[in-house]
Design a protein around this ligand. Structure first.
Ligand code: NAG
Ligand code: NAG
Ligand code: NAG
Ligand code: NAG
Length: 411
């Protein structure tokens, strides 16, 4: 059954209504929910096609709740079409839970997005204690955007550089996203920004290998972020970590296809970046372009320090280990500069598997700002092509090697 709710207000109010109908089935918060008799009009929602749903949302979240928890339920076996919507906090409820068992789909093509915000689809802003879970699916139906992206079709008239990010969590403290499946976002699937304390757990993110800019998860200006037990395969980075990030932990992730896990690109606009304490542990890369990558723009300033890549397995990866401090849109087109983001104290420990290119370890640092304190320990990389050898390549990279390191380091 497809329930098409074209109005933001109606769709939101509908969730609330459904929540009410199902509240007695919800395992948790039964007491609080029983006392909630919710009617669409209770939320000031008017299905006239012009009312703003954020008002209804604000109304919901400003209502006091007995035990401080509110649950919004999306029932299984149903499909809801949602136009872009922003859930604006802060909310009075201590916790807001979305239990997504059904499917949520977006408008399908750029045409149907006309007049809508084309940069985002589902946005959660300043909602602290947000918990989204359930076995449901969030489908961005991005194909209508991919085939007119300027990156892939630069000569196409009316090509778009912008496309909606599926889920944006902005300033959502102590929140989490778990179990759901995210599919075919027109751009990044999950963006975590300006946030302290966020957990992504048991999530599956899928988009075709050829889809442009469909990062799995992008993190920027954030701290204490955990991504674990997840499967990510898209047309871009499985996870990318941007400027101003601290304490980012990625573990037990299966990555591929896609571009791998990337710290960067950093410092694009010549800004000062601070990236510290990043841990990537127990990740499998399959058929990705990169594995453990750090990439910075030459114009950038600031630092990346305290990075640990540990227990990574590569299956036919183009650049299993790569530092690219001369990152540039068009390879070779940017002149070498005096500036650069300093990369310091990076540990690569217990990494093994196969490289699909000859250079399995690339430590390509800036000639003016060297990489220091790189540690290679217990590394065993072979070619994925029988009979071929692999090697390391360094520019201005400094560090040490402990134990078996193959290919031999080039410090
Ligand atoms: C959803 O569909 C499945 C399979 O058809 C069925 O077993 C299940 O009872 C349905 N759930 C609801 C809530 O209708
Ligand atoms: C892109 O794909 C959609 C859906 O398959 C199709 O309707 C549209 O014509 C395509 N656009 C271009 C420019 O190829
Ligand atoms: C995702 O997009 C691809 C390419 O258009 C399509 O083949 C696939 O069926 C889509 N998946 C879902 C679940 O919609
Ligand atoms: C390393 O950086 C230099 C200078 O930008 C560039 O010419 C070269 O292609 C890079 N090598 C790799 C393997 O990325």
């Amino acid at each position: 059954m497809v329930v098409s709710l074209h109005l933001q207000v109606t769709s939101f109010a509908f969730f609330v209504l459904i929540l009410c109908l199902y509240c007695s089935n919800i395992v948790y918060n039964v007491v609080a929910m029983k006392s909630e008799v919710v009617d669409v009009s209770d939320f000031g929602a008017v299905g006239d096609g012009t009312a703003d749903s954020s008002k209804a949302w604000n109304f919901v979240c400003s209502r006091e709740i007995e035990n401080g928890v509110r649950v919004i339920f999306v029932p299984e076996n149903q499909t809801f079409l949602l136009h872009p919507v922003t859930f604006n906090g802060p909310c009075k409820a201590k916790e807001i839970k979305f239990l997504i068992m059904g499917r949520i789909i977006s408008p399908v093509s750029p045409k149907t997005w006309e007049g809508l915000d084309q940069a985002k689809w589902l946005t959660f802003y300043k909602v602290s204690g947000l918990k989204i879970k359930g076995s449901g699916e969030i489908n961005g139906r991005g194909w209508g955007w991919w085939n007119q992206s300027c990156r892939d079709h630069p000569r196409l008239e009316g090509c778009t550089s912008l496309a909606p990010t599926a889920m944006i969590f902005e300033s959502c403290k102590t929140s989490s996203l778990s179990q759901v499946r995210l599919i075919n976002s027109s751009q990044t699937h999950v963006l975590i920004r300006g946030t302290d304390g966020f957990i992504v757990d048991h999530v599956k993110i899928t988009a075709p290998e050829t889809s442009p800019n469909t990062d799995g998860i992008h993190i920027s200006s954030a701290s204490n972020i955990f991504i674990r037990n997840s499967i990510i395969g898209t047309g871009d980075d499985c996870v990318s970590i941007g400027d101003h990030t601290t304490n980012i932990h990625i573990s037990h992730v299966k990555c591929g296809p896609g571009h791998g896990i990337s710290i960067g690109s950093l410092g694009r606009s010549g800004n000062f970046v601070q990236v510290q304490n990043i841990r990537v542990n127990t990740v499998t890369f399959k058929g990705t372009t990169n594995g453990a990558r750090i990439k910075t723009w030459q114009v950038g300033k600031g630092y990346v320090r305290g990075v640990m890549f540990e227990n990574l397995f590569f299956n036919s990866v183009k650049n299993p280990i790569i530092i690219d401090q001369n990152y540039c849109n068009v390879r070779g087109a940017c002149k070498e500069l005096e500036t650069g983001v300093q990369i310091r104290d990076v540990v690569y420990r217990n990494l093994w598997g196969t490289s699909s290119t000859e250079v399995a370890i690339t430590l390509n640092c800036s000639r003016s700002v060297s990489c220091t304190g790189l540690l290679l320990q217990s590394i065993m990389l072979k070619s994925s092509i029988t009979g071929k050898n692999v090697r390391s390549s360094c520019i201005n990279a400094h560090g040490a090697a402990i134990g078996v390191v193959q290919p031999a380091p080039c410090f």
